[in-house]
Design a protein around this ligand. Structure first.
Ligand SMILES: *Cc1c(COP(=O)(O)O)cnc(C)c1O
Length: 376
């Protein structure tokens, strides 16, 4: 059985976790600090704040962006549902925009059309690692005085116009869930170039506490902390950060391997009729978090049948990116959504296995079975 994905974890990460446990400092502490500094340096952002996962990063991004009750935030429906949920957490309303059917990324023109006087921010998603057109959205946000937020959950190591994702704007949220390219079990990071955001994010992730545990622990003087606002416990642990540091050291190597596999899929599936392979926009690189194939209307096999045939042949697959507006949590809220491009893209796409290390035989088998199952 060939799985859809596998985290790339070795003795190196296991030892890092082991060693951290034995230091006695296991929640947010020196390893978290080191992970943040290294992640900021890697992405080219001024600051990085480690958080418990990407969903909590998105929640804090909404808060520091000033999004609240009665506000609207434009985002794609076609994304993992956490994107839209983060807007609901602060009492605001997600306004779903369409995606570009070739990249699955939010369409700037459609997003701009949906701006109203209540719009406060635009939340773009770099779908399955493929960068959205950040500059187009920066221009729209500048023009309409909106905050830009990036859901880069899947996009660690991808780049846009020569800069790593994380360096371009002030609220960029990453995930280290095992389904992403590097993992800490669960975990998240928010990068920013805005010093005020940085300080507030650090307060908010630790109960609004004016001094963090580590400063108090290391101080020779008694320190009385204050809690400056209602905060959260969105900390990452040092055990996770120790794993993250080791994963980050290998991120470029992991992406190079993923790229090799993706290029082979692109080459060897190029002549399969009835499908559209992923399209990489100019001036972008992707980490290939997933490899999604769109089944054209002339494709002879239904997507779900294709998935079953592949499974019968020992190859796991997944439906493409979901839409949020058709999930029960959103579909009965009395709003009428018209998102035919997103629905079509979600219903006609399929994700095939891609992970590191993946043997040449396994890659060849996926290609062979995909061709066989789709032509039958
Ligand atoms: C995975 C994912 C999330 C959620 O990340 P967690 O770290 O699991 O909270 C949010 N948005 C997108 C686009 C994702 O793919």
């Amino acid at each position: 059985m060939i799985p859809i994905a596998k985290p790339y974890l070795t003795e190196v990460e296991a030892k890092a976790a082991h060693d951290t446990i034995l230091t006695g400092w296991i929640t947010q502490g020196p390893r978290v600090n080191e992970f943040e500094e290294k992640f900021a340096r890697y992405t080219g952002a001024k600051y990085a704040v480690a958080l418990s996962n990407c969903t909590t990063a998105l929640h804090l991004a909404m808060i520091v962006a000033g999004v609240g009750k009665g506000d609207e935030v434009i985002c794609p429906s076609m994304s993992y549902i956490a994107t839209a949920n983060s807007i609901m957490y602060v009492g605001a309303e997600p306004v779903f925009a369409e995606v570009d059917p070739t990249t699955y990324n939010i369409d700037p023109e459609d997003a701009e059309r949906r701006i109203t006087p209540r719009t406060k921010a635009i939340l773009i998603v770099h779908q399955i690692g493929m960068p959205a057109d950040i500059d187009a959205f920066k221009a729209i946000c500048d023009k309409h005085n909106l905050v830009l937020i990036e859901d880069a959950a899947c996009a660690a190591g991808s780049s846009y116009k020569g800069g790593k994702i994380g360096s371009h704007s002030d609220l960029v949220c990453f995930s280290f869930h095992p389904r992403k390219v590097i993992t800490t079990g669960d975990g998240g990071m928010l990068t920013t170039n805005n010093e005020q955001f940085y300080h507030r994010l650090k307060l908010l992730r630790q109960h609004g506490m004016s001094v963090n545990d580590r400063v108090r622990h290391e101080s020779a003087k008694v320190i009385m902390e204050d809690h400056l606002e209602v905060g959260y416990n969105y900390r990452l642990t040092d055990i996770q950060a120790a794993v993250g540091i080791k994963q980050l050291e290998r991120l470029d190597e992991i992406i190079a391997e993923r790229n090799k596999i993706a290029q082979r899929y692109l080459r060897e599936l190029a002549d399969v009729p009835g499908i559209r392979l992923p399209h990489l926009p100019a001036e972008c690189t992707t980490n290939w978090q997933s490899f999604s194939i769109y089944l054209l209307p002339e494709c002879k096999v239904e997507r779900n049948d294709l998935m079953q045939r592949l499974l019968d042949a020992g190859v796991a697959s997944r439906r493409g990116i979901m839409t949020s507006h058709r999930e029960t949590a959103y579909k009965n809220n009395g709003k009428a959504y018209h998102l035919p491009i997103s629905e079509d893209a979600a219903d006609r796409s399929i994700i095939i296995p891609l992970y590191v290390p993946m043997s040449d035989e396994d890659i060849a088998y996926v290609i062979q079975q995909f061709k066989a199952c789709i032509s039958a």
